[in-house]
Design a protein. Structure first.
Length: 66
């Protein structure tokens, strides 16, 4: 499954790499919201996918902190 592979990749990364990934995902979400507001976004499901990816990244960061 795609999400389990993505999760394995996240778990293999260091805390610094996860932080960079989180920043990149948040920037992507901002851009998607901006495109959606200006009616330029074709695939609106991508917003939901990116939000879930941000939550996954934050979950892995929290798990590594403990």
């Amino acid at each position: 499954m795609k999400t389990s592979k993505y999760l394995e990749d996240l778990k293999a990364k260091t805390s610094a790499e996860l932080a960079e990934e989180l920043v990149a995902a948040k920037k992507e979400l901002f851009n998607l919201r901006f495109q959606n507001a200006t009616n330029q976004l074709d695939n609106t499901a991508r917003i939901k996918e990116v939000r879930k990816n941000i939550a996954r990244i934050q979950t892995v960061i929290t798990a590594k902190a403990n």
